[in-house]
Ligand binder design. Structure first.
Ligand code: SF4
Ligand code: SF4
Length: 354
């Protein structure tokens, strides 16, 4: 019986050369920025060309990518989670013409090996109601500032940046070298009229992870909710299920900067990113304060890290004390985690590195 729902099996979408050599790859090497060569036990060589594209694209743009794929990569094209596009090539002679065509159409080729990868980011004001920041706009501002590193392959290690426009963090924030998280800083404002008309009270109460919401009955008998501000952590979950609990507050909403996350590799286990700047102003359209702070951290890492050290691994070696000293970022009381379950994250030794 055929499966009638869900996506097709990924194997159907693989480039024939990838399918043929599945599980037989011997090694890969970075030929030049944006080009990776894979060599198989069968003797086959396959080249991947990576280019940066915007996250939000039109049908015309997708058609153009398909035309390029037809011309160079047997009609196969792959989108990466970091908003890049990849073409698999078996004919080495097609690499340079493909790069030329991509670049001429505004898609820079790069982001492989020890380089700055395209930013993985959430959707921002375009689509999501709890958004603090216009994540795609901020991604563009940061990418413009770091663009030279996208085209190079000589950073200490790969550099991954992520942006989430609110605390729900629909992105790789926790495991990216540098992360920006949009922060609400005030509890939602309850609009009794909207809550009583549009919201299901039990669902709204249950949506709060910190049990800050409780039901209330209005003098006219209608039902609404009230929020205990002491318990609220400004996550916006309740606003997602009830439009009467508006958490957007342009005066107080801000950005925060996190550093040192990564997934596991052969050298070290996974690392969670940690807070380094608790407040940066939400300053569109170019967010100069945030861009400057990121440039400062990247520069310090490039100048001080050893070969192959991701930002988190570099900090682990020199110590957070030294990281704050080198980057000139002030350490404040806001860096101390007072969440009820934070004890397991606390330092449990008296060894400090200054
Ligand atoms: S991070 Fe928050 S605001 Fe951004 S898309 Fe996800 S839920 Fe929406
Ligand atoms: S913002 Fe989050 S913590 Fe605050 S009341 Fe709503 S669901 Fe609860």
């Amino acid at each position: 019986m055929p499966i009638m729902i869900g996506p097709p099996h990924y194997e159907q979408m693989l480039h024939p050369a990838i399918k043929k050599n599945y599980g037989k790859w011997l090694y890969h090497e970075h030929v030049k920025p944006g080009v990776i060569k894979h060599v198989s036990q069968t003797g086959d060589e396959v080249y991947t060309v990576r280019a940066a594209i915007p996250k939000i694209i039109s049908v015309d743009f997708v058609r153009m990518l398909c035309d390029i794929a037809d011309k160079y990569s047997d009609g196969y094209v792959k989108f990466t989670s970091r908003h890049a596009v990849e073409f698999i090539i078996t004919d080495k002679k097609k690499i340079d013409p493909l790069i030329e065509e991509l670049e001429s159409k505004g898609m820079p080729v790069g982001g492989t090996g020890k380089s700055y990868k395209p930013i993985v980011h959430t959707i921002g004001w375009n689509h999501c109601h709890t958004s603090v920041i216009d994540a795609p706009g901020l991604a563009k501002a940061i990418s413009d500032a770091l663009f030279e590193y996208f085209k190079r392959n000589d950073l200490p290690a790969k550099l991954k940046i992520a942006i989430a426009c609110c605390l729900n963090m629909c992105g790789a924030i926790h495991c990216s070298d540098i992360a920006i998280v949009g922060m609400h800083r005030k509890p939602p404002v309850v609009d009794d009229e909207i809550v009583s008309k549009f919201c299901e009270i039990p669902t709204t109460v249950a949506s709060c992870p910190t049990l800050a919401i409780k039901p209330k009955v209005l003098p006219d008998g209608k039902r609404s909710v009230e929020i205990n501000p002491e318990r609220c952590m400004y996550c916006g979950n309740c606003y997602t299920v009830c439009p009467g609990l508006n958490i957007i507050n342009p005066k107080y909403d801000c950005l925060s900067l996190w550093v040192g996350g990564k997934v596991p590799n052969a050298r070290s286990p996974p690392m969670y990113s940690r807070l380094v700047i608790p407040y940066l102003p939400n300053n569109p359209p170019r967010w100069p304060e945030t861009v400057e702070a990121i440039k400062k951290i990247v520069k310090a890492w490039i100048e001080n890290a050893r070969e192959d050290e991701r930002i988190g691994e570099w900090i682990e070696r020199i110590g957070w004390e030294k990281f704050f000293k080198i980057t000139g970022i002030p350490f404040t009381d806001k860096h101390i985690d007072d969440f009820i379950f934070s004890i397991r994250d606390f330092r449990t030794t008296t060894q400090f590195k200054f």
